[in-house]
Design a protein around this ligand. Structure first.
Ligand SMILES: [Zn+2]
Ligand SMILES: [Zn+2]
Length: 469
């Protein structure tokens, strides 16, 4: 019977499975998502079953909490159970099963599958399949919870609104089908959820200190709501809030607030770059209790083969992103007209124009128009005035005053031409032979990188001035 209305098998031989849903999709009929939402059909777009479990049940729980006194032991239990069911998702569903960032012994896998079911977020198989599609197709149409469709959509909209099963990118989960614990949890999902989600907390608080109702409401319903909302933040907040130290082409971001909410899953830019690393936070002082737990399990012999990317690879990514930011900043600055775009001016024309009242100064074969700068020259009008119509290479580079790096930068913004047959040829040849970088290195937007001390007007050994020759 399940085969009759079941979903079509995927390339990996598996079938789509929607949790908390009795009927499978019929792929032959047009899906409701293929019709636009209107006042007449909006209710057909809503996934009422998911809405009931994600919004309806918690709402009733909060109302019931009004008549349910909170026992201190129940509060402590609810918090600890929240943490463990959260770990079931972060350390189990996510880092172990979706990314195989470490290996776990059978007892640990059973524990994680059990507490993971208690978080009520679908089976390991369903969750991991969606998450692998999320990593493979981040921010695209095939990403099941793309933040490009809005923050609310990535947080909860993708679950409370019906999704076209054909849209989600396909991924290989053959390894999960070989894990008997994953397969068992998938087969017995509803039973697992009911037991771990509400019956176990009720039994624990009831048998422990007689608080059956509190165990149900606080340890069950409200705790489920908190765990769900917290882990949903990995799909929403972690793609919206924070920095992008490794790559900014996609949406994942690093932020301590997301980390605090998600048991350490907030270093999401790092995670999308290095998904098979068992860590999300790589600094010891960053909050990543999921990483600490995996590390602890390793010490206890429950986990092994913890995968870590080499620091060298991590730092390369960080430096490249820094470089990109630097290039973007550099592109906004005025570095002067590139030399190859300047007109070539003959020495006699240069002298003649200077005599006609233009404030032209030649330095290292480059002609600068300093007319508007004469009155602002920190060394006074007289000194700069004496250089007009001359080759001031030597006096600018220490003959009279050794100008600062900033002065060379400022000078470059005043360049208007290069001297024909002037000493710029000598400068370029020397620079090319001594330091190729000074000539050929361009940034990612194609602009030449001008390093401090590498300005074309900077001449360490004052050279003979052209007019003296
Ligand atoms: Zn993500
Ligand atoms: Zn992931």
């Amino acid at each position: 019977m399940a085969e009759a209305n079941g979903a079509a098998p995927l390339l990996d031989g598996t079938k789509d499975y929607q949790p908390l849903r009795k009927k499978m999709y019929d792929l032959k009929k047009p899906h409701i998502t293929e019709f636009p939402i209107t006042w007449g059909n909006w209710y057909k777009h809503v996934d009422w079953l998911n809405t009931y479990f994600i919004i309806g049940v918690p709402l009733m729980g909060f109302i019931a909490a009004y008549w349910t006194p909170l026992h201190a032991y129940t509060a402590i239990f609810a918090f600890l159970y929240y943490f463990q069911t959260g770990l079931g998702i972060t350390a189990g569903y996510h880092r172990l099963w979706s990314h195989t960032s470490y290996k776990a012994t059978a007892p640990l896998r059973i524990y994680l599958a059990a507490v993971g079911a208690g978080a009520v977020e679908g089976s390991i198989r369903w969750w991991s399949r969606g998450h692998r599609a999320h990593h493979r197709y981040t921010d695209t149409e095939k990403d099941p919870y793309s933040v490009r469709k809005g923050l609310l959509y990535s947080h909860i909209g993708w679950m409370v609104m019906k999704q076209n099963p054909k849209r989600i990118g396909r991924t290989d989960i053959s390894d999960l089908n070989e894990d008997p614990i994953v397969v068992w949890q998938h087969k017995h999902y509803i039973k697992s959820v009911l037991f771990m989600g509400v019956i176990f907390p009720m039994l624990f608080c009831g048998l422990g200190w007689g608080d059956w109702q509190g165990g149900f409401i606080y340890g069950g319903i409200i705790r489920i709501f908190v765990v769900q909302q917290a882990t949903f933040c990995v799909n929403s907040l972690a793609h919206w809030l924070g920095d992008q130290p490794f790559d900014d082409r996609n949406s994942p971001r690093d932020h301590v607030i997301t980390a605090l909410v998600t048991l350490g899953e907030g270093y999401h830019n790092f995670h999308h770059e290095f998904p098979s690393d068992y860590r999300n936070a790589i600094q010891w002082w960053q909050y990543d209790p999921t990483k600490w737990s995996i590390w602890l399990w390793k010490q206890l012999g429950l986990a092994y083969d913890l995968k870590e990317f080499r620091q060298n690879e991590i730092e390369k990514g960080r430096v490249q992103q820094l470089q990109k930011k630097l290039d973007q900043k550099r592109a906004t600055l005025d570095w002067g007209t590139p030399l190859e775009q300047l007109p070539v001016i003959h020495w006699d024309d240069f002298v003649a124009e200077a005599k006609n009242g233009k404030g032209l100064v030649a330095i290292a074969g480059v002609i600068h128009d300093v007319t508007d700068f004469i009155k602002d020259h920190p060394g006074g009008k007289a000194l700069i005035g004496s250089a007009i119509g001359k080759d001031a290479t030597a006096i600018f580079n220490g003959g009279v005053y050794l100008h600062s790096n900033a002065a060379h930068n400022l000078l470059s913004t005043m360049r208007v031409g290069v001297l024909r047959g002037g000493c710029e040829v000598e400068v370029w040849k020397r620079a090319q032979s001594e330091n190729k970088d000074a000539i050929v290195v361009n940034d990612s937007v194609g602009q030449r990188i001008i390093r401090a001390g590498d300005q074309v007007t900077k001449v360490v050994q004052p050279i003979a001035s052209a007019d003296a020759a």
